[in-house]
Design a protein around this ligand. Structure first.
Ligand code: PLP
Ligand code: COI
Length: 340
């Protein structure tokens, strides 16, 4: 088999229809076997809870081609566990971890020709999702569900990838204090469309959300978590019940501590004290590590390391994280799942 004739290095983070996707149905309290299909459309009841009451969720993870040609996933068990936590919050049945990983494996293998080759900078992005379906009208959990995984090759989420971009603090909240901020539900993203649009319109890559209770602490950077490196080299990331628990962020906490002997802290990050950081970044599956050039707040742009150059600590964290993801750097036990 040969690879798809794509300009891998020029890919953006945009939809591309690949050949196969996985689909499985939950009915009468159990999942069916699941199978690969070619149709990228779904036919569902008009009464589906996903359509009316937002009873749905999704995940995002990537497949990487190693130098030796094998393909691996980065911590897929963590995505499965996070989807299960989301399911608990919005009363959907769990997709068991083995089923979740098996679905990802099947989709990667079936779409082998779309998995970007090693060294191109592109990756295969996997999008698992779970929706409440069936004939419903009252506000209560659906009795039937669909779990699906599709994929596409992607390039950088923020333009330029590993080049600094600026963000602006939004007046909107992403999530309520005891709401669904820590769950990966679509409603959180619907609410972010307008703030994102406003930020882009003003010339920023995306917006920074502050905590919804006091509006004094950094929570999220668009669809990514925040981290800062203090002037004395501590890796700091916000702690809050309304932040999405980023797998990349928890991985970076371990990389900073165990690979570089850095001090790490998960704690409040006050927007009025961001000068404590020499460097800052956004991290996530799609964002990888995107250096934050500056943050615009109350009429002023606060620049961290530089608006054009990546800071040295951000650079070494990036190289190690990405090295682990592509199999060039030895991963901690259990972080890598070999697909093929
Ligand atoms: N925060 C939000 C709101 C996200 O959508 C994502 C993306 O998944 C992240 C953070 C980063 O999470 P992860 O590193 O698990 O991809
Ligand atoms: C991810 O990083 O996987 C995300 O979910 C971010 C996004 C594209 C919504």
């Amino acid at each position: 088999m040969t690879k798809a004739p794509l300009e891998w290095g020029k890919l953006a983070f945009s939809y591309m229809k690949t050949d196969y996707r996985y689909i499985s149905h939950w009915k009468n309290g159990a999942w069916d076997e699941g199978r690969l299909v070619t149709d990228n459309t779904l036919s569902i009841s008009e009464g589906s809870t996903a359509l009316h009451y937002g009873q749905q969720c999704f995940e995002g993870l990537k497949a990487y081609t190693r130098k030796d040609g094998h393909i691996q996933l980065f911590r897929p068990d963590r995505n499965a566990a996070r989807m299960q936590a989301t399911c608990d919050r919005i009363m959907m049945p769990h997709v068991p971890t083995e089923k979740f990983i098996d679905a990802c494996d099947q989709v990667v293998k079936a779409n082998w020709k779309y998995v970007p080759p090693y060294g191109t900078g592109a990756t295969l992005y996997l999008r698992p999702f779970l929706i409440g379906v069936g004939d419903n009208i009252g506000v209560s959990p659906a009795k039937e569900y669909i779990f699906s995984v599709f994929c596409m090759p992607v390039g950088p989420y923020f333009k330029g990838g590993m080049t600094p971009v600026n963000f602006m603090v939004s007046n909107y909240d992403r999530a309520a204090p005891n709401g669904t901020g820590a769950a990966k539900v679509g409603g959180n993203y619907a609410g972010s469309l307008l703030p994102h649009e406003e930020a882009v319109h003003k010339g920023f890559a995306d917006c920074i959300y502050l905590d919804p209770t006091t509006h004094t602490k950094i929570e999220e950077v668009g669809a990514a978590n925040f981290f800062g490196i203090t002037k004395d080299g501590t890796f700091v990331t916000p702690k809050s019940p309304s932040i999405l628990p980023s797998i990349t962020k928890y991985s970076l906490l371990e990389v900073a501590k165990n690979y570089f002997g850095m001090k790490t802290e998960e704690r409040d990050v006050y927007i009025d004290k961001i000068e404590e950081f020499a460097e800052a970044g956004a991290c996530g599956t799609a964002a990888v590590i995107t250096p934050i050039g500056g943050i615009y707040h109350k009429g002023k742009l606060h620049v961290f390391h530089s608006e054009t150059e990546v800071g040295p600590t951000t650079k070494k964290l990036y190289e190690t994280l990405v090295g682990i993801q592509y199999g060039d750097v030895k991963a901690p036990e259990g972080w890598i799942h070999l697909v093929d």
